[in-house]
Design a protein around this ligand. Structure first.
Ligand code: ATP
Length: 335
């Protein structure tokens, strides 16, 4: 039995987390979920967007599954997603981007791993108005965080049989900040000569990704470029509805999809739960539940390949519930 913290989130979060919980139940997984609100809902109820009890629960359980949380634009509330990553020192954001069987997309053969630094860069939230009409946003890059994420990328590459790590930067312009990120990556690369290493300037990377994404392997990026390039890469393989992610630290792991709360389709039973389901399967692997993860993965593939039942983002007409029903049936059929 596993005890896992669950943050349903807001927007489409509650719908996609409910779908994952049903599929896990169909697979017969024995999990006790500790459910917590966060973000705007928690703020309205408890006057705290990141309740202490929630953080304590994750620290205790070491693992959480999280739905998206809305980050209000320019309203003075700092991002709960960023707060959570900082509070738990979840310094690595891992996002595997692969073609899914049965999901048509612009490219085939895409199989790349995004390793995004998760704790600093422009996400430090340090901004101030110097004089009226002039704002300064601080981009923080440290040797410690840059080295730590580079070590993570190389360790991941080795553990998963990956051949190459590509560090992404704009050090031609930000010579000190991105320069330090790059120099840290170079240093770490010299300790791992069995994995090849190269570099790309972020704008050139974007062009190459939309021309030949299959040529990339592990991408190592500072926080902001990692955020932007993640959505670009999601677009290469079928969109935000199909790309999973994990936030990993020394101690805890929080699994969540790349997509946000998608308010345009919230509460309409339209969201694709695949991205969160794949994140949850990464979580099962992390917990050593490999057999169950593989069984659910096979059921998901079966439904996607059959193609009759798919959500609107993938060109189908099925609701979240109908798609979830189909995956549950496939899981039960495989048992
Ligand atoms: P955030 O700022 O919170 O990261 P975002 O601006 O990246 O959010 P998302 O909420 O991630 O935006 O989604 C952008 C659009 O992609 C949504 O408006 C929605 O139409 C589509 N989308 C995202 N996730 C899904 C999903 N799981 N299923 C179907 N469509 C989705």
């Amino acid at each position: 039995m596993h005890t896992i913290t669950l943050i349903p989130g807001d927007g489409i979060g509650p719908e996609v987390t409910a779908a994952v919980l049903r599929i896990f139940k169909a697979a017969g997984l024995d999990i006790e979920w500790e459910r917590y609100e966060a973000g705007l809902i928690a703020f309205e109820r408890y006057k705290r967007s990141l309740p202490v009890e929630l953080l304590d629960s994750i620290r205790r359980n070491k693992v959480a599954l999280k739905g998206p949380l809305t980050t209000p634009i320019a309203e003075g509330i700092t991002s709960v997603n960023v707060g959570l990553r900082k509070a738990l020192e979840l310094y690595a954001n891992l996002r595997p981007v692969r073609n899914l069987a049965g999901v048509e997309s612009r490219f085939t053969g895409v199989d790349l791993i995004i390793v995004r630094e998760n704790t600093e860069d422009l996400y430090s939230g340090l901004e101030h108005e110097v004089v009226p009409g002039v704002v300064e946003s601080l981009k923080i890059i440290t040797e410690r965080a840059s080295t730590r994420i580079a070590e993570f990328a190389f360790a991941y590459a080795k553990a998963h049989g990956r051949a190459r790590v590509t560090a992404i930067h704009k050090a031609n312009i930000m010579k000190l900040g991105d320069g330090l990120f790059l120099e840290s990556a170079r240093k770490v690369s010299r300790e791992h000569t069995d994995v090849s290493y190269d570099e790309r300037i972020v704008d050139a990377l974007c062009m190459q990704l939309v021309m030949a994404p299959e040529t990339f392997d592990v991408l190592l990026l500072p926080n902001l470029y990692g955020d932007i390039v993640s959505d670009l890469c999601a677009g290469l393989v079928g969109g935000l509805g199909v790309v999973p992610g994990a936030n990993l630290g020394g101690d805890c792991a929080v699994f969540e999809a790349v997509h946000g709360s998608a308010p345009d389709i919230a509460n309409k039973n339209l969201a694709n739960p695949t991205a969160l389901l794949l994140s949850a399967l990464m979580m099962l692997d992390h917990l050593g539940e490999r057999e169950a993860a593989a069984r659910i993965r096979a059921a998901l593939d079966e439904v996607l390949v059959a193609g009759a039942i798919r959500t609107r983002d993938l060109g189908g007409t099925a609701s979240t519930t109908e798609f979830t029903d189909a995956v549950c049936r496939a899981v039960e059929g495989s048992g």
